[in-house]
Design a protein. Structure first.
Length: 471
């Protein structure tokens, strides 16, 4: 018993009345047959045969051209002559495909609809171009083929839409309807604040850090990616998977938007500290004894990776934290708004040196008051008629009642800068600065400071004051 070599054909020499042909001896012709048969699992042997059902008119000379995968393409491409009609295929589908292969079709409603169509045929004529010697071509297409094409086009459109949705695994569209998600991913309090920030940045001409423009994701998603990097400190590889881009594109986006945000939010809006008169417009009651307070100062430290260079290791080592750190001076207005942030210095630099070097003293005016911790021994550096208020030092066995009251009063005022610094450090990128980001650490910290100011007021009393003004 010999079985037909054609794929999906179950004709046997003993069971079916068709004839069987051996493969041609001519190498070129044999290769042609193999290509037409599309049998990928094995090569034909010297005993392999092909039944006549796969040959037009059952003639071996025509070569095997009729198979299950192309049986639905029932058309002929041939020149038409007047008074003649294109020849129809003599072999129908039931002559090639066995009844066993049709059982699954019953479960497919679309396939049933196609099979139920009559065997009507449409004549499609493609006229020859004017002046051309090429004769016009007539196609003989069955109605079932047209129906099948319709369903295939429908499936293709559905698959294309699904692919579009899957191409970006994460975007602003996924979280814009949830303020809690906006806050979790970006640190911003609401979608409204995100859109305000995006509106502020939308018309800015971005100069991409690596020199090539990013167009694979929208600008709103680029802003989202940057804020996620700052807030969650995600790896570039993680962000690449989330946004369906490569790690180098993530780095290009992050550094580009980091410097753009820093330029707009920090340099533009935080270049100068507010005046005393502006501070008095929203002065909380805990500052009733310090009505001329211009700023509250304190230093904080950010952990960094230990540098490989021994000199840099020594410079960044903090005797207070017993680790390698970067130190920064932060200033807060009486209403709790962060109004100043210096550049970052090595952790071994003293608070006094930072105050002298950072330039904050140049912004102070006569009559201003600075509130600071007792470690800020900067009175000798202050401009004339600028006052410093720090907790008193214990020079006697115990504080006097007046000193206790003074210490408590200053502590009530100073606590707001500690709370503000805690807010800044909610941005997890500041938990540990890696070696690759140390050169960008000042811009990172100052941008986080500016973003922190987009939160609701730190002091509830100030928030209530703003609400009264709105009313």
């Amino acid at each position: 018993m010999v079985m037909c070599f054609a794929p999906d054909c179950k004709h046997y020499s003993e069971k079916h009345g068709c004839r069987f042909f051996v493969f041609p001896k001519d190498t070129h012709e044999k290769k042609k047959w193999i290509l037409l048969l599309r049998r990928k699992d094995r090569e034909p042997s010297m005993h392999s045969l092909v039944c006549s059902c796969h040959f037009k008119d059952g003639d071996r000379k025509n070569g095997p051209t009729i198979f299950e995968h192309n049986i639905s393409k029932r058309f002929e491409d041939q020149p038409s002559t007047s008074g003649t009609k294109p020849k129809k295929l003599k072999k129908q589908l039931h002559e090639v495909v066995s009844t066993e292969d049709k059982q699954n079709v019953e479960d497919n409603s679309e396939a049933q609809a196609i099979e139920a169509l009559p065997e009507a045929e449409m004549m499609l004529e493609i006229p020859a171009e004017e002046g051309s010697t090429t004769p016009k071509v007539t196609f003989n297409v069955s109605a079932s083929t047209e129906a099948e094409n319709y369903f295939l086009r429908k499936e293709l459109l559905e698959a294309t839409e699904k692919l579009k949705k899957l191409s970006v695994s994460f975007s602003f569209e996924h979280i814009k309807n949830s303020d809690s998600r906006i806050n979790a991913y970006t640190g911003l309090p609401s979608c409204e604040i995100f859109m305000c920030l995006y509106g502020l940045m939308e018309d800015i001409s971005l100069k991409y850090y690596h020199g090539w423009t990013v167009t694979v994701i929208s600008k709103s998603d680029q802003l989202l990616l940057t804020l996620m990097k700052l807030k969650l400190n995600l790896l570039n590889e993680d962000l690449a998977v989330r946004f369906n881009i490569c790690s180098k594109t993530v780095a290009n986006i992050f550094f580009t938007w980091l410097y753009a945000l820093h330029e707009v939010l920090f340099k533009k809006f935080m270049d100068k500290i507010p005046s005393r008169n502006k501070n008095k417009l929203c002065m909380p009651t805990c500052f009733n004894n310090f009505t001329n307070c211009r700023i509250i100062l304190d230093c904080t430290e950010i952990y960094c990776i230990q540098p490989k260079n021994m000199e840099k290791q020594r410079a960044t080592y903090s005797s207070y934290k017993h680790r390698n750190t970067l130190k920064v001076l932060v200033g807060v207005a009486p209403n709790g708004v962060i109004t100043y942030a210096s550049e970052l210095y090595p952790g071994s630099v003293s608070d006094k040196k930072i105050v002298r070097h950072c330039g904050i003293l140049d912004q102070l005016e006569a009559g201003d008051l600075i509130i600071a911790d007792k470690g800020f021994l900067i009175k000798d550096m202050l401009p004339q008629v600028v006052h410093l208020n720090i907790p008193p030092f214990l020079s006697t066995p115990q504080f006097t009642p007046e000193q206790v009251i003074q210490t408590r009063t200053i502590a009530r005022a100073r606590i707001h800068i500690e709370r503000a610094i805690r807010r800044i450090k909610h941005y997890r990128i500041l938990s540990l600065i890696p070696a690759s980001l140390i050169s960008h650490s000042t811009e990172i910290f100052q941008t986080c400071v500016a973003l922190t100011n987009l939160h609701c007021p730190l002091i509830r009393e100030v928030e209530d004051l703003y609400k009264e003004k709105d009313l």
